[in-house]
Design a protein around this ligand. Structure first.
Ligand SMILES: Nc1ncnc2c1ncn2[C@@H]1O[C@H](COP(=O)(O)OP(=O)(O)OP(=O)(O)O)[C@@H](O)[C@H]1O
Ligand SMILES: [Mg+2]
Length: 340
């Protein structure tokens, strides 16, 4: 089977111990160069999906083609071609940052003649050059994450998988991490498949998203399409002088779904707020009402999640303990070395 997509998944399923349906018949494709996000609560099946797509875990059913390779027919080849960054550190803490990178370069068959330049380049790039020869166990959380990213891309993979790579980082650390990822995408046209608990992160980085819940994909689309499906924007119009007639004027504008008074202003719900603002403003002025403020609020992915799953998205929950144990075992196995 061939595919021009960076990732092509059909009917992918995983049942653990013949009882736990962790991933159930999912299908999606990721275009080359795209950043595709998998968003879902604890236990939704995100890590299981990443593990299957990266050749670490055999599926119960289905197919996946990553960068032209049938993952389940050639798991070893896929592991060499792709990059992978887990939340849990896979770097060896008793090696320096430079040694970790050199080890990864050797594991991924980077030509020896190129290793030095690539390792130096990435150390600089990720701003760990000054700490390059220090043991990794002395690194801060943010430095470790940047090192993991460097390790994940040492062999210039066409597709990079990131499973909650910023969990536990402060907002500044998260922003920094994603800035590097975005730069790499721009320079190398790299495809990125990521999972995250952070909705704002998914919103800012992903070209398209899939929302996964109980092993099923419940929605797919661009962040803005998903928000549109939730029912649109809220434009807040504040008249210079309060007057109940303003509500009638606003409600009569075509495209307005509802108008709700709030603290001397009016919340106008509509599908495309940015396009409707000039029309709303003009209608008010024509009716003789001056305005003292106008603002636009698009729905957040929190609302999208609630809409599609019927549940609140808990941002503060991290990876579960089982999840971590499974993951660490898989990584250690994949790289043929233990963890300290
Ligand atoms: N090795 C395993 N054996 C049995 N059940 C497992 C195993 N690994 C995962 N599961 C179960 O499969 C389901 C999906 O787990 P998975 O780790 O893929 O979820 P996740 O979306 O990554 O969650 P998290 O947000 O906690 O990382 C969960 O119910 C989990 O308990
Ligand atoms: Mg997980």
């Amino acid at each position: 089977m061939t595919s021009t997509e960076a990732i092509q998944v059909t009917g992918l399923s995983k049942t653990y111990n013949q009882t736990v349906k962790a991933v159930d018949q999912i299908a999606f494709s990721v275009h080359p160069g795209e950043a595709f996000g998998f968003l879902g609560p604890n236990g939704a099946g995100k890590t299981t999906t990443v593990a299957m797509l990266t050749g670490l875990l055999r599926p119960t059913a289905g197919t996946a083609i990553v960068d032209g390779v049938d993952v389940f027919a050639n798991p070893t080849l896929v592991k060499k071609k792709i990059g992978l960054v887990f939340q849990e550190s896979t770097a060896d803490s008793d090696l320096s940052g430079r040694e970790n990178l050199e080890l990864a370069a050797a594991l991924f068959d980077v030509p020896r003649s190129e290793t030095r330049a690539r390792v130096d380049g990435l150390l600089e790039r990720m701003q760990i050059g000054d700490a390059a020869d220090r043991l990794t166990k002395t690194y801060s959380g943010g430095m470790r994450r940047r090192l993991e990213l460097a390790v994940g891309i040492i062999h210039s993979p066409a597709v990079l998988f990131l499973d909650e790579p910023t969990l536990g980082l402060d907002p500044q650390g998260r922003a920094g991490f994603w800035r590097y990822v975005q730069e790499l995408r721009k320079e190398h046209g790299m495809t990125v498949f990521l999972t995250t608990h952070y909705l704002d992160e998914a919103d800012g980085i992903c070209d398209r998203l899939a929302i996964i819940d109980h092993g099923h994909i419940v929605a797919t689309g661009t962040p803005s399409e998903l928000k549109d499906r939730v029912g649109g924007d809220v434009v807040t119009i504040r008249p210079a002088q309060p007057d109940p007639k303003v509500e009638t004027v606003l409600a009569a504008v075509p495209g307005v779904l509802s108008v709700t008074p709030q603290d001397g202003a009016y919340r106008v719900k509509c599908p495309k707020g940015d396009a409707l603002i000039p029309v709303l403003v003009e209608a008010c002025y024509k009716a003789g009402f001056g305005l003292s403020g106008v603002s636009l609020k698009r729905p957040s992915l929190d609302e999208v999640f609630l809409e599609f799953t019927g549940r609140e998205f808990r941002e503060d929950e991290g990876a579960s303990a089982t999840d971590r144990a499974v993951r660490i075992g898989q990584v250690a196995q994949a790289f043929g070395r233990g963890r300290r």
